[in-house]
Design a protein around this ligand. Sequence first.
Ligand SMILES: CC(C)(COP(=O)(O)OP(=O)(O)OC[C@H]1O[C@@H](n2cnc3c(N)ncnc32)[C@H](O)[C@@H]1OP(=O)(O)O)[C@@H](O)C(=O)NCCC(=O)NCCS
Length: 190
Amino acid sequence: MAALPEEVDVGAHGLVLRRWRLADGERLFAAIEASMPELRRFMPWAKEDPTAESVGAFLETAAVDVPSATSVGFALVDAAGEIVGGVGLHDRRGPGILEIGYWVRSDRTGRGYATAAARVLTAVALANHPDVDRIEIRCDPANVASAAIPPKLGYRLDRTDVVDVEAAAQTGSQQVWVLCRADYLATERW
Ligand SMILES: CC(C)(COP(=O)(O)OP(=O)(O)OC[C@H]1O[C@@H](n2cnc3c(N)ncnc32)[C@H](O)[C@@H]1OP(=O)(O)O)[C@@H](O)C(=O)NCCC(=O)NCCS
């Protein structure tokens, strides 16, 4: 994946996206631990409780810029420097497509953080990857808060796939929301 900026101003709520650092271990662990009831419902990576080792292993990969990496993760950081979530850009859906994922610490949900972060990550993804024509956001239809986000950003529902159930509240259906570059350029939301 192309090199992405170290830090991006979200432009709302005093938030920034910044690349993960090895020093984030304790605060990331605390943010995940405090959000486990919500995370484990839909996030396969949150099936098990976090440990210092699992968080450290994630950061060792996420904090290093490897050109062959197929995922780039950013911490969602507030004005006080607290980690209030994470977002990721993933090259795993085929040529010309990048996928965005997000989570927000449970005590900060319902404030528009994920919407704002996904908005800026969409812009960063398209600006830094001229070969990418399509950004996707995938979510379970039962994940009402997540499914509310892509249409607010101009994504359209492309289809609903049948997928394996990998987390407690997943239904086996997955909405595939798509924003094409041409639609992104045409929209006035940006
Ligand atoms: C899903 C998640 C990222 C949302 O984060 P957030 O910062 O609260 O999201 P936002 O505040 O930007 O937007 C949520 C939208 O969903 C709406 N929403 C939330 N719960 C809802 C519900 N039960 N029914 C209908 N709409 C709901 C909110 O009203 C908001 O829309 P609005 O701005 O039009 O009012 C967060 O709940 C989370 O991290 N969940 C666990 C991990 C996860 O599921 N990640 C996504 C995997 S696809």
